[in-house]
Design a protein around this ligand. Structure first.
Ligand code: NAD
Ligand code: UDX
Length: 464
């Protein structure tokens, strides 16, 4: 097969942006164009100062600075980019459906279908279509059916190439992935398409890390990987509550079981609950698929991971209210961190949103500081829940760009994200400016409990 020289990626989000930037960096002989309907997003990707790109990831602005304008381009000219490319990645969002059948569970595939129809309409030459978005099993079939019925003689091959990067470490993960997974048809044309994509990745990924399989196994592997990872977090979080009751220490338990090579040490940090755009959405989708095949026990099993996570977020808020003498009405609670994990500006499904919402229902006043998330995003996240009016959220929640100011005169501090900088604050200064007793609820086990207790804080951590 002919080597690929022009790639187009539809969707310039948290996956499309970083993935294509790294492909362009590692394959200077391939022209990569990332397109999106969102003009503001594309303009931000093209900002002369690469520190202003719309996705914050350590190391990403350097990669973009290296490749942009050389062989990496960001544009809103979707048709033109599709027409010119030999290989098209679909990296659009696949959120949980908010309407109709499967509401609240199934993946909403309308953006995927729109892409497929647009590709079908615009293409004049044969193309390889790569599903980069996370999709339910057998989505490739629907995409294929749309593309193969255009009647214009253009040939399409569909590949599944799910992305395993984690936010906050995206560049690192893309530079040295544990594996690249490529699913395709078992036909000769399908195998040629797989080979063409393998050749792209082989520019920097050792070939023994590039796994190829059939389409359906590839699609299902992505949902499975996220389900297993999220299940680990819910498992350790479930035990954190038991630790709190029994006097065991969840970090010690995690350390002890993590040395068993079959269990492994990673992903065993108890927390206020997992967030992010993927875990909940993908598990709900898995549950929905299992139910749709009548597999109730399978569906219930995985659903429990979500139930446990919701419980973990809720009990964190409940504990704050209970500890503050059963009322937070009119009290000031300072949130340190709003992003769903450190080193990202992404807030989707962040535990902070739900904990804040619970506390606002108890009429708390909340101040928020996050090193990478601003006021507009925080208000948007709260308004999206539609629990109260935008005016009320604005009145009750104040976003401040200085952490010391955020904590001043607070009754309690809640650490919601594990940003490294929280460890090095002048905690004595923070304590001196708070209302006493000064409570601190560490949702991420980041601060030194002994040191802060010695200062005078009443410290509550997860699982201890
Ligand atoms: P995102 O919302 O950040 O980006 C998606 C982009 O697609 C948006 O900018 C949107 O404007 C654009 N878009 C939608 N329809 C379009 C169309 N018809 N034409 C042009 N542009 C269009 O989403 P994301 O976080 O990048 O996720 C994308 C996919 O990757 C999802 O399926 C997700 O499940 C999967 N995924 C995400 C992660 C992650 O860490 N965020 C990791 C692995 C996989
Ligand atoms: C996840 C998968 O890790 C990645 O492979 C996939 O491509 C996308 O979904 P992401 O959601 O970006 O990545 O971040 P991840 O590091 O998995 O963290 C998810 C959530 O779990 C975060 O809120 C994080 O704080 C939480 N978490 C993670 C814990 O609470 N404890 C842990 O031990 C690990």
């Amino acid at each position: 097969s002919k080597p690929i020289t022009k790639i187009c990626c539809i969707g310039a989000g948290y996956v499309g942006g970083p993935t294509m930037a790294v492909i362009a960096q590692k394959c200077p002989h391939i022209q990569v164009t990332v397109v999106d309907l969102n003009q503001a997003r594309i303009s931000a990707w093209n900002d002369p100062d690469t520190n202003n790109i719309p996705v914050y990831e350590p190391g990403l602005s350097e990669v973009v600075a290296e490749a942009r304008g050389r062989n990496l381009f960001f544009s809103t000219e979707v048709d033109e980019a599709i027409a010119g490319a030999e290989m098209i990645f679909i990296s659009v969002n696949t959120p949980t459906k908010t309407y109709g059948s499967g509401k609240g569970m199934a993946a909403d595939l309308k953006y995927i279908e729109l892409c497929a129809r647009q590709i079908a309409r615009v293409s004049k030459t044969d193309k390889i279509i790569v599903e980069k978005s996370t999709l339910p099993v057998r989505t490739a079939e629907a995409v294929k059916s749309i593309l193969q019925n255009t009647g214009n003689g253009v040939q399409f091959q569909i590949l599944s190439n799910p992305e395993f990067l984690a936010e906050g470490t995206a560049v690192e993960d893309l530079h040295a992935p544990d594996r690249i997974l490529i699913g395709g048809d078992t036909t000769e044309e399908g195998q040629q398409a797989i080979a063409a994509l393998v050749e792209v990745y082989a520019n920097w990924v050792p070939t023994d890390r590039i796994l190829t399989t059939n389409l359906w196994s590839s699609e299902l592997s992505k949902l499975t990987a996220n389900a297993f990872l999220a299940q680990r977090v819910s498992s350790i979080n479930a035990l954190s509550e038991l630790c709190e009751r029994t006097g065991a220490d969840v970090s010690e338990v995690a350390r002890s079981i993590g040395t068993d090579s079959r269990i492994g040490p990673k992903f065993l940090n108890a927390s206020v609950g997992f967030g992010g755009s993927c875990f909940q959405k993908d598990i709900l989708n898995l549950v929905y698929i299992a139910r749709s095949y009548g597999l109730q026990q399978v569906a219930d099993y995985w659903e429990q991971v979500i139930i446990m996570n919701d419980h973990q977020k809720r009990r964190f808020a409940t504990n704050i209210v209970r500890t503050l003498y059963n009322t937070v009405s009119g009290k000031k609670i300072a949130f340190l961190g709003w992003a769903f994990k450190k080193d990202t500006n992404d807030t989707r499904e962040s535990a902070a949103i739900y904990v804040a919402d619970d506390l606002l229902n108890e009429q708390a006043n909340i101040t928020v500081y996050d090193p990478k998330v601003g006021e507009a995003q925080i208000q948007y996240d709260l308004n999206y829940l539609a629990t109260r009016s935008a005016e009320q959220n604005k009145e009750l929640v104040t976003v401040i760009t200085d952490p010391y100011e955020t904590c001043k005169d607070a009754h309690a501090i809640a650490i919601m994200t594990e940003w490294d900088e929280f460890k090095t604050y002048d905690w004595q200064r923070i304590y001196d400016n708070m209302i006493k007793p000064a409570f601190l609820f560490d949702g991420r086990n980041v601060v030194d409990k002994k040191k802060l207790t010695d200062i005078g804080f009443k410290v509550y951590t997860i699982g201890k």
